[in-house]
Design a protein around this ligand. Structure first.
Ligand code: DP6
Length: 326
């Protein structure tokens, strides 16, 4: 009997410049570079065990075993197949995965999940891959996962083929103590996945306009980080967020992702700014809003969001240094 296993933890991130729309759906090549902050408080821990006594792959997420033909397990097994092909491996595997936060609500759980799966599975098979190689591989499971194999503030270079589309840390986790206060307005799973949303993006009349300036906006955001100019950073990040959601809303069919509590948080963040608190909101494909602020304002922002109508709970996060093997 032969068994080999490994365990890894990877973090979800919040995109400052969003990945939205693909050049290649199978390889998950994006139409634009993206930039994201890796989040310490949002993680997926995954253990993968290859075992020749297993007759099929087993996928357990959050303590629940999924049928092999379910949507969740199919995507995981497809990714295991990619890794088995790379290693010339025949054994089936048991995958046990757990998130530290609500999944499927727009907090990028697929990013942390496919990064942790890639790292644990390749380690269990003894593959020695560089971060760049892990990034190529994780990207094929979920685009944002190619950012989650690294930490700090991460850029995903869109590339033009599978061997040129990967992510790397562009600012270390301790370069600037930005905090993220997440307002959870619902644990309810979103109705449309990001994967489906990417396909709709080109149907919005605003999509082309975005492509003409998104690279400039990314440069602008990087410059603001370089100069530690939080206002310039926040303003660009909010504009990017609303532009991304405007594209989602004007796609056909329209993708409307917010709940009433999400709008209440946007307004609360404006009220905080009126009081002189540097706070800026953004959200991915979902309804739970992420509010960026500086370390010394984190408690004040958390208090204000906690008392905002529609907010159920708060998650506070620092920037993560990146994933780890456990
Ligand atoms: C809006 O990485 O979840 O959060 O590649 O289809 O798995 P797939 O999509 P995914 O898309 C994330 C989209 C986003 C923006 C971002 O994280 O950059």
């Amino acid at each position: 009997m032969s068994k080999s296993s490994a365990k890894a933890r990877a973090h979800a991130d919040i995109a400052l410049i969003k990945y939205w729309g693909k050049q290649d759906e199978v390889l998950r090549l994006p139409v634009n570079d993206s930039l994201a902050i890796s989040l310490e408080a949002l993680s997926t821990t995954t253990k993968v065990t290859f075992d020749d006594s297993l007759e099929s792959d087993q996928v357990v997420i959050g303590g629940q075993e999924f049928e092999a033909n379910s949507k969740q397990a199919t995507r995981v097994i497809k990714h295991l197949d990619r890794i088995r092909d790379l290693a010339g491996e025949k054994r089936h595997a048991r995958v046990e995965s757990k998130n530290s936060f609500p999944s499927g609500t727009g907090l990028s759980s697929s990013g942390s999940a496919f990064a942790a799966l890639t790292m644990a599975a390749t380690k269990a098979l003894g593959l020695k891959l560089s971060t760049k190689q892990l990034s190529f591989l994780a990207r094929q499971g979920s685009g944002s996962a190619c950012r989650s194999v690294t930490g700090g503030i991460v850029q995903w270079f869109k590339g033009s083929d599978s061997d040129s589309s990967y992510s790397k840390t562009v600012f270390a986790h301790d370069y600037w103590d930005i905090r993220d206060v997440i307002a959870v307005v619902s644990d309810q799973t979103k109705l449309v996945s990001s994967t489906a949303g990417h396909k709709l993006a080109p149907t919005s009349p605003l999509f082309k306009a975005r492509l003409s300036h998104v690279e400039d906006r990314l440069k602008q955001v990087k410059k603001a980080i370089m100069q530690k100019d939080f206002q310039a950073l926040g303003e660009a990040v909010e504009q990017e967020c609303f532009e991304f959601h405007a594209i989602a809303m004007t796609s056909r069919p329209s993708l409307f992702l917010w709940l009433p509590g999400s709008v209440a948080v946007f307004l609360a963040v404006r009220a905080l700014r009126d009081q002189g608190v540097p706070a800026y909101a953004t959200v991915n494909t979902g309804h739970n809003i992420q509010v960026l602020t500086l370390c010394e304002y984190e408690s004040k922002v958390a208090r204000a969001l906690k008392s905002t109508p529609g907010v159920k709970s708060i998650i506070r996060s620092k920037i993560s240094a990146g994933p780890e093997y456990l």
